[in-house]
Design a protein around this ligand. Structure first.
Ligand SMILES: [Zn+2]
Length: 331
């Protein structure tokens, strides 16, 4: 129907309805995206099963074509109608010290840790669809481009399925390379062969890492096999193999230089393994909110420990630049 946009709205736990919303009335500073593709992120299934996030148009890894745009927005973003873009999920302030260095993820306006009610914090793919102009998610025909959107222009011929992976690969660039220091000669251990873990593998290998070891469980066999196609040197099934023996054998008993946990460490066991398998001076990205690591162990190994917190502008742009020059087969 002319003037309306159809969207898949999460209306309850694992419940979706197709609803129609009025096409937003645009001004000078905003725009409308015609969605080509929207990924399913690692956090999406979890969110879909949660009660307190309805009504919501999910989808936060969004690629599309600018259908309409205000003159001021076009000038500010350097794009025009017809251009293709990939979006970040953040809707930041653009003025704070973090925004000014491209770390929109740490802006007070985007930070889930700063708010009691995440549902009403404006962010693509997670916020309340009741907030006008409603089109805040990628699982829709169109998405609203707010004045404070974070936009990456992409080439006209880039496969939308690659561009949709800009955020997961951007996370890999951020956590394994920009933060973790994966680079030539380094050994990298990645826990979890999902999107983020595969992103870390690709990014670490693109940065020249000597060896990437990725770890999963027996049920992850297909993903572990895929990781080998994407450049991992070793894919370990931790339920069938002794991870510690494997890591120590291939590093000559030294341990690895970089560890990234992308599993969320649900039972708190990965943090301890990560520390035990680290070389002296290693960098660790640990993800378990409930896990604990003894400061004494950090001191003994002279470790640097950080928890992953999204992606910077540079990380996502680097991911898109990699997709622009490396053509992985898609089927
Ligand atoms: Zn800010």
């Amino acid at each position: 129907m002319a003037g309306q946009v159809r969207a898949a709205v999460k209306v309850g736990i694992e419940q979706t309805q197709i609803r129609r919303f009025d096409r937003p009335v645009l001004g000078e500073n905003d725009g409308l995206l015609r969605v080509e593709s929207s990924g399913v992120g690692g956090s999406d299934p979890e969110m879909y099963r949660r009660e307190n996030t309805a009504p919501c148009i999910m989808g936060h890894e969004v690629v599309g074509t600018i259908e309409a745009i205000g003159a001021a927005a076009a000038k500010r973003w350097g794009v025009r109608a017809g251009d293709r873009v990939a979006l970040q999920e953040y809707l930041p302030c653009w003025h704070c010290e973090w925004c000014r260095q491209g770390d929109f993820r740490l802006c007070m306006e985007t930070d889930f840790f700063n708010v009691k009610d995440r549902f009403n914090l404006l962010r693509y793919g997670t916020c309340n669809a009741g907030i006008p102009p409603h089109l805040w998610g990628g699982y829709a025909e169109h998405m609203y481009l707010a004045p404070n959107s974070v936009i990456h222009k992409i080439p006209a011929d880039m496969d939308a399925r690659h561009a949709t992976m800009a955020v997961p690969l951007g996370n890999g660039v951020q956590w394994a390379v920009l933060d973790g220091g994966a680079s030539i000669g380094k050994t990298v251990l990645v826990f979890g062969p999902g999107q983020q873990g595969l992103g870390c593998t690709l990014a670490a290998k693109a940065a020249g890492a000597l060896m990437v070891i990725i770890v999963g469980m027996t049920r992850d066999r297909a993903r572990l096999d895929l990781s080998l196609e994407l450049g991992a040197d070793l894919a370990v099934d931790a339920q069938q193999e002794d991870l510690s023996k494997v890591v120590m054998a291939v590093t000559g008993g030294r341990g690895v230089d970089v560890v990234v946990d992308t599993t969320g460490d649900p039972d708190g066991s990965i943090a301890a393994q990560a520390v035990a398998l680290s070389a002296k001076g290693a960098w660790l990205s640990l993800n378990g909110l409930g896990a604990s690591v003894a400061i004494n162990d950090i001191k003994k190994r002279y470790l640097t420990v950080r928890a992953p917190r999204g992606h910077s502008y540079r990380a996502v742009q680097t991911a898109l630049d990699i997709f622009a020059v490396v053509h992985w087969p898609i089927d």
